[in-house]
Design a protein around this ligand. Structure first.
Ligand code: ATP
Length: 345
């Protein structure tokens, strides 16, 4: 029977749906009134399923519609956020591309850190308490707040002063402050590396790279230092866009090394391991070491920088390959080989 590739119209769905169409699949976009515009204008969806709210995607009737269409759902950041991780794990009974059990490992900071550390990947030093701060740190808070309220501090006093100030302004609560995640501020350049692991070929591919464009920090740094001091605004790291980037070629062995290490450890910790797209968000320090501060175990937003291919994805077959098309191609190959169970969960 014909397979439909389905996803929620948000996040990275343009290239997921377009890539599926290019590989000959029919596509369905789950959307709501007012949010369907890009998918209609770019014509990436053959069918639409309308919901009143994105969080309705977990509802039984939507699942039923998806099953009727013989769908394979490609999950992304917004899909997981709206469906809810518990539902993705236990109640969303539609075949999904990738290993859904690994999604908890990217969303819980302690599991994410465990996987990265046990893989032998460099991560920023973590501080157990504000009292231990002995150099510049970045302070993060739980929940998907998209970098709002994050701040930089260089001493215990500065930590409490800034935390107090953000509390007064209603940005942080006492509970947030008690649960602050404090880590070494890595001074370096940002590379978010988009990989694809093919279980069929048993190979990690490098498909693209981006760096982040965050508000207000990327605007703040365009103001001369002395004016920044006068302005007295708190920085925030809210993602607003992505910029494609390539890395110095001599760093590519390290890029492949960390990707391979992660895939190999994930097989052991969360069998069958990583399947398909994943992303390592790195900072490259002055010693040219890649320090990983965040991981995604599904398409990352930065893969939108190469909907028409990246310098890296081009190298494989000399064609403009997107992450979405790479996913669809793996599904197509798995169907041909009668190995679909190797790429879905
Ligand atoms: P995401 O949406 O990617 O999960 P988030 O809100 O969890 O974002 P992070 O990605 O952890 O936030 O961090 C936001 C930004 O803060 C990063 O893009 C980077 O610019 C900066 N940053 C994070 N950790 C560090 C670090 N250890 N050293 C220096 N800068 C950092």
């Amino acid at each position: 029977d014909e397979i439909t590739i389905a996803t929620l119209g948000s996040h990275t769905s343009l290239h997921i749906l377009k890539g599926a169409k290019l590989e000959g699949f029919s596509t369905v976009c789950i959307t709501m009134k007012g949010r369907d515009v890009p998918y209609k204008r770019f014509k990436v969806a053959d069918k639409f399923i309308y919901v009143d709210n994105f969080s309705d995607i977990k509802n039984e009737e939507i699942q039923e519609k998806l099953r009727e269409l013989n769908s394979i759902v490609v999950p992304h950041g917004s899909f997981i956020a709206y469906c809810g991780l518990d539902n993705v794990e236990n109640n969303f009974l539609v075949p999904m591309f990738g290993n859904r059990r690994i999604l908890r490992w990217e969303s819980e900071r302690s599991l994410e850190r465990k996987l990265l550390k046990e893989s032998g990947i460099r991560v920023p030093k973590k501080y157990e308490s504000p009292e231990d701060i002995d150099k510049t740190v970045i302070v993060k808070f739980p929940g998907a707040r998209g970098g709002r309220g994050y701040f930089i501090a260089s001493s215990t006093e500065e930590f409490y002063k800034k935390a107090e100030d953000l509390k007064k302004r209603g940005i942080l609560t006492d509970e947030d402050i008690a649960n602050a995640h404090i880590e070494e501020y890595v001074v370096g350049t940002n590379f978010c590396i988009h990989y694809f692991y093919s279980p069929l070929k048993d190979e990690v591919e490098l498909l693209g790279m981006d760096r982040r464009y965050e508000s207000n920090i990327d605007g703040l740094v365009r103001i001369p230092a002395k004016d920044q001091l006068e302005l007295n605004v708190n920085p925030s790291y809210v993602i607003t866009g992505n910029i494609p980037v390539v890395i110095r070629e001599s760093l590519l062995p390290q890029v492949f090394e960390i990707g391979d290490k992660l895939v190999s450890k994930a097989k052991e910790l969360i069998p069958p391991g990583m399947i398909g797209p994943f992303c390592l968000q790195c900072l490259c320090n002055e010693d040219l070491e890649l320090v990983v501060f965040e991981m995604s175990a599904r398409t990352d937003g930065g893969s939108n920088t190469f909907m028409n291919g990246s310098p890296y994805s081009f190298l494989y077959n000399g064609e403009p390959l997107s992450m979405g098309q790479r996913i669809a191609r793996e599904i197509k190959m798995a169907l041909q080989l009668n190995m679909i169970d190797k790429v879905i969960s």
